[in-house]
Design a protein around this ligand. Structure first.
Ligand code: FEO
Length: 392
């Protein structure tokens, strides 16, 4: 790819990773991703904003082939998918200084062994003149690491947001062409990466309200040339009320837990409550995370194996605890053969969740009339709770 014009003397550089299917050895990337860097050429100085993932370093260096000088490398975020090529950029442009938050400096020294005297730290709100273009650095901690910041290019009113507002989509289109597709990908990204930090993201969204942002250029996915909708979507995901939705991740070994899950889903639907089922043996964890953005209630379907919850149910519970969704209620349904501590174990795995735990339904062996009556009561309780809270 060659460098591509975003605005006058503002260019996209970077790599399109069409093949990548997993991030952090954890997060599915069904649509690949991009690593976006940007070149801002002022009348006096030139800045490179972020770089690319280490395996794509030579792609970036090829795009920089015709660039005579880089005075500054702005590193918004120390994670290597954006910072990984900085050492190679500094080899080619040894005079460049790396601009970072104070926290990022230490992290980049640890992660990439960049010498200390290469860095210049910038304070929140500090500006840097490139001549006829001015960069303003805005600290946005915990989006999604403690050192993160964004840059506002004042004259062009572009926000370079790094991971903030990002989406994992490999595409050759520079700007958003299909908002529906990008909404889905950005929500998946939010769910997997940003959701645990909703509180600080809300503060960072407030902070950005004071800026006239005409374009958001993230470091993953396409550039938003009409950014209002993605900022509004973030507000909804962060502070919007949960929906009248039950998310039901489950696993079933011999069909008994499945009977309870299907019974619960059917009864909830009868009460007008939406349900999304995720069979953990086949589900895309990203889809489950997206559903957790909206769910008012989570019910884990877990059979007992080796005296505890099935490991896949434990994994989903651990994940939900880590992602800290805004769900208000949680319950468990499942079956067992002769005993075990499934409920106690799962309940002990959710210290981060501010949920009311509703009476679980566990049955010995196949689902019985008694168990289905309990499922019926659970569905009614959930529907009542949702109604009382006004979840729609
Ligand atoms: Fe895209 Fe947090 O790195």
């Amino acid at each position: 790819m060659h460098k591509r014009k975003v605005k006058e003397r503002v260019y996209w550089l970077g790599a399109i990773d069409w093949d990548r299917r997993l991030f952090d050895s954890l997060i599915p990337l069904p649509d690949g991703t991009t690593y976006n860097a940007y070149l801002v050429q002022g009348s006096e100085k030139t800045a490179l904003l972020d770089t690319v993932d280490p395996p794509e370093t030579e792609v970036l260096m090829g795009e920089l082939a015709g660039v005579d000088k880089i005075d500054f490398v702005v590193s918004h975020h120390a994670e290597q998918d954006h910072s990984g090529a900085i050492p190679r950029v500094l080899e080619r442009f040894p005079e460049a200084r790396v601009l970072v938050t104070p926290k990022a400096k230490g992290m980049l020294m640890d992660l990439l062994r960049i010498p200390e005297d290469t860095f210049v730290t910038v304070e929140d709100g500090e500006t840097l003149s490139l001549g006829d273009k001015t960069l303003k650095f805005i600290h946005t901690p915990w989006v999604h690491w403690p050192e993160t910041m964004v840059t506002y290019l004042e004259e062009d009113r572009i926000l370079f947001s790094c991971d903030f507002f990002g989406s994992h989509i490999a595409t050759s289109d520079l700007f958003v062409t299909d908002p529906g597709r990008v909404y889905e990908a950005a929500k998946r990204y939010f769910a997997e990466i940003m959701m645990p930090f909703r509180g600080v993201i809300e503060k960072n969204l407030e902070k950005l309200k004071g800026y006239d942002i005409q374009m958001i250029a993230p470091s993953h996915g396409q550039i938003y040339d009409r950014p209002d909708w993605i900022m509004e979507a973030y507000r909804d995901w962060v502070v919007g009320a949960p929906r009248n939705l039950v998310v039901l991740p489950f696993v079933s070994m011999h069909g008994s837990t499945r009977q309870l899950v299907d019974g619960l889903a059917s009864r909830l639907a009868g009460h007008g409550v939406s349900v999304e089922l995720f069979n953990l043996t086949v589900t895309d964890i990203g889809k489950l995370a997206m559903a957790l953005v909206d769910a008012a209630t989570v019910v884990v379907g877990a059979p007992t194996v080796l005296a505890g919850p099935h490991p896949l149910a434990a994994y989903a519970t651990l994940l939900a605890n880590a992602l800290r969704p805004k769900a208000k209620y949680l319950s468990i349904v499942g079956s067992y053969g002769w005993g075990g501590k499934t409920v106690e174990t799962l309940a002990g795995m959710i210290p981060n969740l501010k949920v009311e735990v509703l009476e679980p339904v566990l049955c010995r062996g196949g689902s019985s009339g008694t168990a289905l009556e309990a499922v019926d009561r659970l569905a009614g309780t959930i529907a009542d709770k949702h109604r009382e809270n006004g979840f729609t």
